[in-house]
Design a protein. Sequence first.
Length: 303
Amino acid sequence: MAKEAFKRVSYKNRDILITLQFIIPSIAIMSIFILFPIIRAIIMAFQEWVLTMPSPTHPFIGLDNFREAFGLTHFPIMTVNTLVYTFCNVAGRMALGLGVALLLNQRFLGRSFVRGLMLIPWAMPTVVVTNVFRISLDPNYGLLNALVSKLPFVHGPIQFFASGPLALGTIICISIWKNFPFVSLMLLAALQSVAKDYYDAASIDGASGFIQFKKITWPLIKPIWNILAVLQILWTVKEFELIYLITQGGPNNGTNIIGIDIYLNAFRFYKVGVACAEGVLLLLFCLLFTSIYFKSIQKRENL
């Protein structure tokens, strides 16, 4: 009966039914593992959730969790750290990734080997990367620290994680080294999709390498660049593992960003409601930034 009913369905409706058969499982999985946790976290942000004072009802307390989050003594420095970490990190990844992609797009001996070698930092687990740099930057027996201390303008070993600004800058450099290969890989794929005929015609017209990049390469890879920039910002602003494994937000909140603070409030101070409020603030920031970014790009394209 079901087969006969399916045969009587028109081709148009049959295509819709087949499409729904593929879409519904994906929607169900996304609803269970993505949409439901987001909605649940938003609800918890307006409830009383303190694990040291268990309550069977978790009453709604309005904006109290948000007031407590904004009232944290380290909230200003955490906000500044988050913005500095995100901006410097993404700028470094994108600039270094583009430079390496342009280099690997050229023909030279051993290019395939170098391309594979470039992916090693990105493929390494974060815990391995943090341990390697913590050991190599140790002021007592770190090899990298010993090499840096031999520079003319450096006097003795450096305490890379002893002060907030230096620790934050060091972690930014480590994060750039860890994540720029992904940007390079995506941009390299975009560069290889550009037809060689454009460059041949530009060379015949006498265009220099910089002019070719400005007039040919950049306009063609710019859409990929924009998408990568948005993804890198959204991934970086909520980064957690790298900072937590090295400094846990210290010293004196010098490397504390919102991703670290959400974890500390939830699992160290047991203020789950405040942590959910900070998560909602982070979600709003990501949504607002994404909408403004793509609207600005759309306006530029319409000019």
